[in-house]
Design a protein around this ligand. Structure first.
Ligand code: SAH
Ligand code: SF4
Length: 378
């Protein structure tokens, strides 16, 4: 996918594709590594900064590739520890990237663990009834370069010092692919982008530090289990029976639990690492003790960790989170069943950190999309 300028983003190129393009242009193949080093280790924002390349080569790079496929419209910093970037793409679409900081015991805020949440599509086609990202439907997939460039934006804000002194090229510790969009519906671009993030010539971030979250596309989960990259997987379950899941996640019609759970099992068995089941708690929808018991059984069969997320209110939607005692009672059923469980009392609540909400508000304010009445979604 190319931007309006018609140029492919340079952050979507791999060592292989860049080498091939340089060769075709009559350049020495080793220039590819030099260029990638400028991009990732030295954080060059333009071809002009790449001073050990010839002027004609720099001019060719600038003509051939887009260096800034995303532009920051500003950040909202919450009173806790979350930063949310609203980014504009070349076709004027908006996406979001979030930094979540978890302070570490005994060290200052500057040494806090940083997790970056990235988007993979503009909008989302899956239309989960509780989610802001799905409200205006799907617009398009992000290209690999647009996915990688979100992380470059984070690195630039977090750590302007260049070049990087050590092998730690990324200015963050973990990535969660939990922003706008369904990552496994943009499979090829996602895998290409995460390959670039993982590569020693790219951001050099271990695949175990990357978690992909899916609403449950069973065939793509099977496919992902075959990949050598070794990514972590989170599944948005949100209902422990087909009846409950179907009410809030239309994807469950295509991939009901009898298809989804075996795919999850295949992934878990192949990787030998725990997968995570995400479970948003929504009052009177999925917060009953029967659901907790059914979820316990699923989690035990999969040997999965459960992440309970009290629902984050979305403007225009009728859902609310259960009271804290109810959340605790739900979690206790899982604990008593010896399931590993956390309740994410989420950070950044006050800046609308749940996926898609900032973009939704901006587009409504700009009049690009109309708000959806609550009744239509219920
Ligand atoms: N499409 C993927 C990844 C993006 S959504 C998926 O569905 O997994 C990332 C997570 O945010 C999902 O678990 C999703 O269910 C959750 N989410 C969406 N809207 C939310 C809200 N209003 N409150 C809390 N979590 C929400
Ligand atoms: Fe799409 Fe995930 Fe939101 Fe469902 S929860 S609409 S799959 S982004």
């Amino acid at each position: 996918m190319q931007g309006l300028t018609g140029k492919p983003p340079i952050h979507g190129e791999t060592l292989e594709t860049l080498t091939a393009a340089l060769k075709e242009h009559g350049e020495k193949p080793f220039r590819a590594r030099q260029i990638l080093e400028w991009l990732y280790k030295k954080r060059a924002a333009t071809a002009d900064e790449m001073t050990n390349l010839s002027k004609p080569l720099r001019a060719w790079l600038a003509e051939t590739y887009e260096f800034a496929p995303t532009a920051r419209l500003g950040a909202k910093t919450s009173s806790d520890v979350t930063d949310k970037f609203l980014l504009r793409l070349q076709d004027k679409s908006l996406i979001e990237t979030v930094i979540i900081r978890a302070p570490q015991e005994g060290v200052g805020q500057d040494r806090s663990r940083k997790t970056v949440c990235i988007s993979t599509q503009v909008g989302c086609a899956y239309g989960c009834k509780f989610c802001a990202s799905g409200l205006a439907g799907w617009k398009r997939d992000l290209s690999a370069g647009e996915i990688v460039h979100q992380l470059i934006q984070v690195c630039r804000q977090e750590d302007p010092l260049t070049p990087r002194a050590s092998d730690e090229i990324a200015s963050f510790d973990n990535i969660v692919v939990m922003g706008m969009g369904e990552p496994l519906a943009n499979y090829d671009n996602l895998l290409r982008a995460l390959g670039i993030v993982n590569a020693d010539w790219g951001l050099n971030l271990g695949a175990r530090r990357i978690t992909v979250s899916t609403s449950g596309l069973a065939p793509q989960i099977e496919r992902l289990s075959q990949e050598p990259l070794g990514l972590r997987l989170a599944i948005s379950l949100h209902g422990a029976t087909d009846e409950v899941r179907q009410q809030i996640m239309p994807v469950n019609r295509k991939y009901p639990l009898e298809k989804l759970l075996p795919a999850a099992k295949t992934f878990a068995d192949r990787h030998g690492r725990m997968i995570t089941l995400e479970f948003i708690l929504i009052r009177e929808i999925n917060d009953s003790m029967e659901q907790a018991r059914a979820l316990t059984k699923i989690a035990r069969d999969l040997h999965a960790h459960v992440n309970l997320i009290p629902y984050n209110k979305v403007e225009g939607l009728p859902w609310v989170r259960p009271e804290i005692p109810r959340q605790d009672a739900f979690a206790n059923v899982l604990r008593e069943g010896r399931v590993s469980v956390t309740i994410r009392r989420e950070k950044g609540h006050d800046i609308n950190a749940a996926c898609g909400q900032l973009r939704l508000q901006t587009e409504m304010a700009e009049g690009t999309i109309a708000p959806v009445p609550a009744k239509a979604r219920a």
